[in-house]
Design a protein around this ligand. Structure first.
Ligand code: PGA
Length: 229
């Protein structure tokens, strides 16, 4: 099975001409993009598989500033990130809200990509498995449909730091052991052209969720070459 490469563009890209240039250079590459919502249709028109970075718990109505799963699906989105640590932090998103978001995305045929991970204190206190199990149990309460998980230690996002290969393998094995179906588990957090060879050797990782390194066409091309060779 080919590994997935997901690119979370966060709120980085603000210039349309640069975006057009970026998309043209990456034409035909097997990538799944999470652009800013206002760029979603542009990415889809370039034939890329795309998702949203977040989703509302409501389908439609008087919810200024929100993103409807139904509307996203209607314009061609196929998945959505849910529970990204930046959304958890910036919007006070709880595990209960995350559970509702997963339900509404499944209802609207968007594949939910649930982001989970421990913070630095929890990592140092050796609590990673407890934290992750709790996040998964709460996020997936009353949900039986398959989803995708991205393991993203908070202390690895945007810091240039990553856990060791052994640590990532151990946590991903643990996550997979919590499911009675074959779940895809990705790794995210400071994936770059410099560490991709090492990370790609971890046998149980089903793909990568890439932030910063995904903005640079040459870094991303190197990552694609390693992962999809
Ligand atoms: P990063 O971001 O690759 O810049 O660490 C990953 C993410 O936030 O998904």
């Amino acid at each position: 099975m080919e590994k997935l490469i997901l690119v979370n563009l966060k709120m980085y890209q603000t210039d349309m001409a640069q975006i057009e240039n970026y998309l043209n250079k990456l034409k035909g590459k097997r990538l799944i993009f999470f652009p800013m919502i206002i760029h979603l249709e542009r990415f889809i028109s370039h034939n890329f598989t795309c998702g949203t970075q977040n989703i509302s718990i409501h389908e439609s109505g008087a919810y200024t500033g929100e993103i409807s799963a139904k509307a996203a699906q209607n314009i061609g989105a196929s998945c959505t990130l849910i529970g990204h640590s930046e959304v958890r932090q910036n919007f006070n998103e709880t595990d209960e809200i995350i559970n509702q978001k997963i339900k509404i995305s499944l209802k609207n045929k968007l594949i939910p990509i649930l982001c989970i991970g421990e913070n630095l204190n929890q990592y140092q206190a050796n609590q990673t498995k407890i934290i992750i199990k709790n996040q998964i149990e709460k996020a997936l309460k009353d949900i039986t449909e398959p989803i995708i998980i991205s393991y993203e230690p908070l202390w690895a996002i945007g810091t240039g730091k990553t856990p060791t290969s052994e640590e990532i393998k151990d946590i991903i094995d643990y996550i997979k052991s919590l499911f009675n179906y074959k779940i895809k588990v990705l790794y995210g957090g400071s994936v770059s052209q410099d560490n991709i060879e090492t990370l790609n050797k971890i046998e149980n990782v089903d793909g990568f969720l890439i932030g910063k390194a995904g903005l640079d066409v040459s870094c991303l091309t190197k990552i694609i070459e390693v992962v999809q060779k």
